[in-house]
Design a protein around this ligand. Structure first.
Ligand code: KG4
Ligand code: ZN
Length: 358
């Protein structure tokens, strides 16, 4: 019998639990979204997120376990997101995971949320996933979500190097904040994606920051300001066609930057494999632009299904196997962290060389 891990995720606005086997097969995957809770505020409210996780965490875990034979008795280990994320939100998942692990005598492992996104490509949800090729190591990965936008070289299940990241807003933040300015509701990303498909990007000129240099850094805050200026001077578009054009221009600016720099990273590192991850990887424009640039540059593109891009418990369970096999079993002191140790806003933290042997 392959080993099974229960993965629990509560870093932001999704309470999620899933059961995954050691081959990456997803046996159960339950996600309770809090979009309705945060939509009236146009963004995630940390205090409300923590409270909603508290209400949802037990039912979500129970539902996931009810989908596998043997329920909790069939589980070999528990993996839980440690961070980065909202502290109050993370604590809910951590405490639930600890309680279950100690009560059942199961090993517990803490998982980095960003690392989980970077390896979600290996999840096998259905026959289409089984047929999909997975990349060999190393590969370049673009992680674009609501809280993070960064490019990594992923060398093995436990070894990655940060190549570049955003200096200010994350790509998802640029979608969501612009969506709010345009009165499109929360989250703006999926709505802008749908409208952009019907629009003409060339109708509205928007800036493409940091596009003319060879750095792998992004900057999206100027784009949000440009949308704000546009709304100030022109007003919000009043017809669906005008709104679609503005959304197409906005999406094209974000996507161009993400795709161009990701392919540039593949060239710089001489790694002809690009993997997409994070909620923004659900964007159709990004998928299309990456496919176009990758084909031109001889880079193989690997795109997970949408359920594996947005926050989910399955990616946490899968990343948990690497922690478990490395013997990184947590004790009662396992605690959350709000920021990733290697991602700092404003500049890329240099990867330190390995210390010289003494
Ligand atoms: O990875 P994720 O589910 O949560 C975080 O870890 O942040 O990403 C959520 C982000 C949101 O900003 C949302 O607007 C964006 O992903 N998103 C999209 C699309 N679907 C989700 N952005 C653009 N196009 C989409 N289709
Ligand atoms: Zn995420």
């Amino acid at each position: 019998m392959p080993r099974l891990i229960l993965g629990i995720e509560s870093s932001c606005d999704e309470t999620a639990a899933a059961v995954v086997d050691e081959r990456g097969r997803v046996l159960a995957d339950v996600v309770a979204s809090q979009i309705a809770v945060h939509a009236p505020f146009g963004g995630v409210v940390p205090e409300l997120a923590a409270r909603a996780h508290l209400e949802n965490v037990v039912p979500v875990i129970e539902r996931a376990l009810s989908k596998i034979d043997g329920g909790l008795d069939a589980i070999d280990a528990i993996a839980v997101t440690r961070g980065p994320g909202l502290n109050g939100a993370l604590l809910v998942g951590l405490q639930a995971a600890k309680a279950m692990a100690w009560a059942k005598g199961l090993p517990l492992v803490g998982v980095d949320h960003l690392e989980a996104h970077l390896h979600a490509i290996f999840l096998r949800r259905d026959e289409a996933d089984e047929a999909r090729a997975v990349p060999p190591f190393p590969y370049v990965a673009l992680l674009a979500s609501g809280g993070h936008t960064a490019i990594y070289e992923v060398r093995s299940p436990l070894d990655k190097a940060l190549l570049g990241q955003t200096r200010d807003d994350a790509a998802g933040e640029a979608f969501d904040k612009s969506g709010k300015l345009l009165g499109l509701g929360y989250p703006g990303g999926p709505r802008i994606d749908a409208l952009a498909a019907k629009g003409d990007a060339s109708k509205v000129p928007l800036p493409r920051p940091l596009m003319n240099n060879k750095s792998l850094e992004f900057s999206f805050s100027g784009l949000k300001t440009a949308v704000a200026r546009y709304v100030e001077t022109e007003g919000r578009p009043t017809t669906e066609a005008a709104m679609a054009d503005l959304c197409a221009a906005l999406q094209s600016a974000i996507v161009d930057s993400l795709a161009t720099k990701s392919v540039l990273a593949c060239k710089q590192r001489e790694v002809p494999r690009l993997v997409l991850g994070g909620g923004v990887a659900a964007n159709r424009g990004l998928r299309a632009r990456c496919a176009q640039l990758c084909a031109k540059s001889g880079v193989q593109l690997y795109v997970p299904p949408i359920a594996s891009c947005t926050d989910n418990g399955a990616m946490i369970a899968w990343a948990g196997f690497a922690q478990l096999d490395a013997g990184r079993i947590a004790d009662a002191t396992l605690s959350p962290y709000s920021r990733s140790p290697d991602v700092v806003r404003g500049k890329v933290r240099k990867q330190r060389p390995a210390p010289a042997p003494r």
